[in-house]
Design a protein around this ligand. Structure first.
Ligand code: SF4
Length: 266
């Protein structure tokens, strides 16, 4: 399907939960967050129904996000249910890899093709600080498990303040080269002020060629991350919500004062 600016919309990012097993300082506030109630979170069948509707409209690229998708109970079953939908050519997940060593093999069996893994530093102390308590060794174990399982390519999402010449970014780049991983740099974003940049090594943030819509964990279709526009699939039905989202997709991002990264999925 094409939007009003003649951009082909073929990419659906699906947030399957607002929960996470880390508390990254640029994503979650220190005091924690008010999480969605169980009944507000879409069921597996509802997510599959929306995905099927999106695929009927030309979507062939699916990314599973969160919060942290691997904390959603039964995630492998959900990945399998979506993986069975005909027409998906590119099937990936963005994860913090803390649980990946446990799930990698089963995710591949369920049809997942590749992963993006968040890693902003190689320094264990700094990692613990940035994630408010995370153990970096679990990420390295997750990367090795993903390789062994055949998830390919493995891309590393490295959040930077300003430049890929920052010390942590340079070290992550060296690590990726040494381990045959692809690195992408994401400038810290701010939904409320509308601060964002084009993802270095990716296409995110490049509004002129934006091909994506998002499904949030509580069932809204968002045409743009940096916008407050959203359409509720439970109220409108999947087809109509997707049509309205693509039909009203803004030419470029502005600000988003209603959403949070952890319930939209970045
Ligand atoms: S800000 Fe909106 S239009 Fe721009 S790349 Fe992101 S989602 Fe697409």
């Amino acid at each position: 399907m094409f939007d009003r600016f003649n951009r082909k919309i073929n990419y659906l990012r699906i947030s399957v939960t607002d929960r996470c097993n880390l508390r990254c300082v640029y994503c979650m506030p220190e005091e924690g967050v008010k999480l969605l109630s169980h009944r507000d979170i879409l069921s597996f069948d509802e997510i599959v129904e929306v995905t099927k509707a999106a695929v009927r409209k030309g979507v062939d690229k699916i990314r599973i996000t969160g919060g942290e998708p691997l904390v959603r109970k039964g995630i492998v079953d959900l990945v399998e249910m979506i993986g069975k939908i005909d027409g998906i050519k590119d099937y990936s997940m963005t994860t913090n890899a803390i649980f990946l060593d446990k799930f990698a093999k089963d995710l591949v069996k369920a049809g997942l093709q590749r992963v993006n893994i968040s890693l902003d530093t190689l320094n264990p102390e700094k990692f613990k600080e940035l994630t408010r308590g995370g153990d970096i060794q679990k990420v390295f174990d997750g990367i090795e498990a993903a390789k062994k399982a055949g998830l390919e390519p493995i891309k590393i999402n490295c959040v930077i303040k300003e430049s890929d010449q920052e010390q942590d970014a340079v070290e992550v780049t060296k690590y990726c080269k040494a381990h045959n991983l692809q690195v992408r740099f994401i400038k810290e974003m701010d939904l409320e002020t509308g601060e964002f940049g084009v993802v270095q090594g990716g296409s995110g943030g490049d509004c002129g060629i934006c091909n994506r819509i998002r499904l949030t964990a509580n069932g809204t279709i968002k045409p743009c991350l940096f916008s407050d526009i959203s359409y509720n699939v439970r109220e409108l039905g999947a087809e109509r919500a997707i049509d309205l989202a693509i039909g009203n997709k803004p030419q470029s991002g502005h600000t988003n004062v209603t959403g949070k990264f952890y319930n939209i999925g970045g």
